[in-house]
Design a protein around this ligand. Structure first.
Ligand SMILES: CC(=O)SCCNC(=O)CCNC(=O)[C@H](O)C(C)(C)COP(=O)(O)OP(=O)(O)OC[C@H]1O[C@@H](n2cnc3c(N)ncnc32)[C@H](O)[C@@H]1OP(=O)(O)O
Ligand SMILES: N[C@@H](CO)C(=O)O
Length: 195
């Protein structure tokens, strides 16, 4: 996928995930979450080249001072990632994030070990992490899970978990919550509403 198509995908994704977004121009100019992700893509590429590891850290830190979002260049991040607001987000070196994940401000994807091993979380596809939440250690959060605002997650969780509290526990989703009650593609507007 070319760079421009990827940028267009990011902008469309931001519009879909933020009801406050009013235009593509506003997103390009004012969304620090996207600025941080774009800078991370450069830093991550540099990180693969040994002599560029320190410059990659510099890119990451300059981006942090501009956006308030610190993403270690070693972190692996999939497509359509979105960070809303973003201030105070920290993503550690060995973090892995799948496609279609989203974070709000104040999220830490952090480590609990001082060993140079895989020590940060893995978020599978479609995981959302609420404002102020911490996910700590090499835990795996299953696809389409949600981590509630201010939760502290220290254990792995299966797909479709809803993790709330400190330490976080799974509030089991009812079966019907896995899919919209009405498929939005089939909404029909009642003409009487417009009279
Ligand atoms: C400026 C901005 O707006 S920034 C945006 C910030 N927004 C976020 O960070 C959103 C994060 N989302 C959440 O925290 C959500 O509440 C979720 C994903 C955890 C749960 O959402 P839902 O599945 O819709 O759950 P629902 O709202 O029905 O609540 C279910 C129960 O969990 C409780 N609950 C919901 N969120 C939390 C939370 N973060 N911590 C503790 N308990 C919670 C509710 O009180 C309720 O308890 P009850 O069953 O005893 O009444
Ligand atoms: N940007 C999101 C969360 O603040 C909204 O406007 O709802």
């Amino acid at each position: 996928m070319g760079i421009l198509s990827r940028l267009r995908e990011d902008i469309k994704n931001a519009r879909e995930h933020d009801p406050a977004a009013r235009s593509d121009a506003e997103i390009v100019l004012a969304y620090s979450g996207l600025h941080a992700i774009w800078a991370h893509r450069l830093a991550h590429k540099m990180w693969q080249v040994k002599p560029l590891k320190t410059p990659a850290r510099v890119v990451s830190q300059v981006t942090r001072s501009l956006t308030g979002i610190e993403i270690h260049p070693g972190a692996t991040i999939g497509r359509r990632f979105f960070i809303d607001h973003g201030m105070g987000v920290v993503i550690g070196e060995t973090t892995e994030i799948g496609d279609d994940c989203m974070l709000y401000q104040g999220v830490t994807l952090g480590g609990t070990s001082l060993e140079q091993t895989k020590r940060h979380p893995t978020l599978h596809d479609g995981v959302t992490v609420g404002a102020g939440a911490k996910v700590l250690g090499p835990v795996e959060i299953g696809e389409q899970s949600a981590v509630g605002a201010n939760a502290v997650v220290v254990k792995s969780a299966p797909a479709h978990s809803v993790l709330i509290g400190v330490p976080a526990k799974d509030r089991k989703r009812r079966e019907e919550e896995h899919k919209p009650l009405v498929d939005p593609a089939h909404y029909e507007l009642d003409p009487a509403l417009f009279i």
